[in-house]
Design a protein around this ligand. Structure first.
Ligand SMILES: [Zn+2]
Length: 504
């Protein structure tokens, strides 16, 4: 009540059109206020905290940030059939929200990470990585309904201004060096879009999501079932990254949307007696829609094969030592090993330096004194390198930086970070990484095809072991195949079942 009356006084610019556009449907469904009063009630949650004119602010904010978000996650994947399908499913769900007239948009991102994001005002994005993991239209609808739930409850708007500094799993760099430059190097625009919601916000988005999902005629159980898949995937991902079980990387949906299956089931119960007559699941239709979709990294954005990174867009490749796990993101390539050593590769513009050594010391690593500065030639590219030992209160680290002339006023850069106890032992292997950087020609690049999801019928005698060999995850191929096809440990594929296989 109090919030309601104060909102009245503090919203002098609230006008009739704002109310009509923003809340017509909401006031009918859930808003306790009389339509056209300036009392502020959140239509989705019923909480009286919302300044109504701010819904238009949400729309403006979301529209402004949407292109940045899309670019930060590899751009739009597809503007054709798959994009239309996802938009249709999203609109179907959004039509049953308290704010059905927001300018909702749904974009499939060309990113292998598994996540979905919502900007204020109804701009939603979902990665092709997430689409690969989902198996039914109801699961996709559940993800979109949850994101639309965040929009309707205005969670994004509430937590705006709480800036997150991205560390790309390499917070150690900033801590070790105390250098702003190096912290920036490990930071990421993409990360800034991955909002960390509170547990209460997640619970609310799940409750709303289940509500919308069932109103749209989908099987509300899909929400909990897909959350189970995402949870299992994050476990496998943690193993692959050498992280403790349960700890997930910062780009994973389980990190930005912390939830448990139990909470989603609880949300489903709270949403009331949800009995949907003939609920839509649509497994075959969904699998048909993702058939042929690119899987894992897109070679034109750089991709990882074992210890080698290849970027057909930039026409370069390099190899990291055994024991390092390579990861490609939109902004850089990182590799880490169990000794805490890290390799960061990226590309940057040269602003003002005339030589590479000048670039290293005056433009890149500005607040650490580098020693051993020298020029190199690496596979026809001019390069320069230098080292430093850096110390913070709780860690000492050795750094080696190398910049290569990439042409067109840009440099490729390697940063190696090692614990002084392993620096000598690893120096030869890391030197080989430096000298492995080379250009690839068009013929070599043309041979590199992306992996794709192919939907097929399992045949008699097909085994998980045989079908999973084409996946790019080595010893984790089996686990990944099971994730993609909702198979339990030890379960084999049944002949005749429609399955996802991965092939180039
Ligand atoms: Zn969420």
């Amino acid at each position: 009540m109090h919030a309601c009356s104060s909102a009245h006084h503090h919203s002098p610019r609230l006008n009739r059109r704002d109310l009509l556009r923003g809340l017509t449907a909401g006031s009918a469904l859930a808003c306790g206020c009389v339509t056209l009063s300036s009392c502020a009630t959140n239509p989705a949650t019923g909480e009286q905290t919302l300044a109504l004119s701010s819904i238009n602010d949400d729309v403006r904010t979301g529209a402004k940030q949407y292109p940045e978000l899309i670019a930060a996650f590899g751009g739009a994947y597809d503007t054709g059939r798959l994009q239309s399908y996802v938009t249709a499913v999203g609109r179907k769900v959004a039509a049953y929200t308290e704010l059905p007239d927001l300018p909702y948009e749904f974009t499939v991102l060309n990113s292998p990470i598994i996540n979905a994001m919502a900007l204020p005002g109804g701009k939603i994005a979902v990665t092709r990585g997430l689409l690969a993991l989902a198996s039914t239209e109801a699961e996709l609808a559940g993800v979109l309904a949850h994101e639309v739930g965040h929009v309707n409850a205005r969670h994004g708007a509430q937590s705006q201004g709480r800036a997150t500094i991205a560390q790309l799993g390499l917070a150690v760099l900033g801590i070790a060096t105390g250098s702003k430059e190096l912290v920036n190097l490990g930071s990421s625009l993409a990360q800034s879009f991955l909002q960390k919601y509170s547990r209460d916000q997640e619970f609310e988005a799940d409750s709303l999501g289940v509500r919308y999902l069932s109103r749209a005629g989908y099987d509300p159980a899909a929400m909990a079932s897909f959350l189970g898949s995402m949870h299992e995937q994050s476990q496998v991902e943690a193993q692959m990254q050498g992280l403790p079980p349960g700890q997930v990387d910062e780009y994973n949906i389980m990190s930005s949307h912390p939830r448990t299956v139990e909470r989603v089931q609880q949300a489903a119960q709270q949403a009331g007696a949800i009995t949907v007559a003939n609920p839509v699941v649509n497994r075959e239709g969904y699998l048909g829609s993702i058939n042929g979709m690119v899987f894992a990294d897109d070679p034109s954005q750089g991709f990882v094969r074992g210890q080698t990174f290849i970027h057909t867009g930039l026409s370069i490749t390099f190899t990291v030592p055994d024991g390092f796990t390579l990861r490609n993101s939109t902004e850089n390539v990182t590799a880490q090993d169990k000794y805490g050593s890290a390799i960061v590769f990226d590309m940057a513009p040269v602003q003002r330096s005339r030589t590479l050594i000048e670039y290293l010391q005056n433009e890149w690593v500005t607040d650490i004194r580098l020693s051993g500065l020298e020029n190199l030639q690496v596979n026809g590219m001019a390069a320069a390198t230098g080292t430093a030992r850096v110390q913070s209160s709780n860690r000492v680290a050795d750094l080696r930086v190398i910049a290569f002339n990439a042409g067109s006023g840009r440099v490729y850069r390697f940063l190696f970070v090692t614990d002084p106890r392993v620096t000598d032992a690893q120096s030869r292997a890391l030197r080989e990484t430096t000298y492995s950087l080379r250009r690839i020609d068009a013929a070599e690049a043309a041979k590199i095809k992306p992996l794709r999801i192919i939907v097929a019928q399992a045949r008699d005698g097909d085994t998980v072991d045989a079908l999973s060999r084409t996946l790019p995850y080595g010893q984790f191929n089996d686990e990944w195949f099971r994730l993609l096809n909702d198979l339990k440990p030890g379960e084999e594929v049944a002949a005749g079942r429609t399955i996802k296989i991965v092939t180039s």
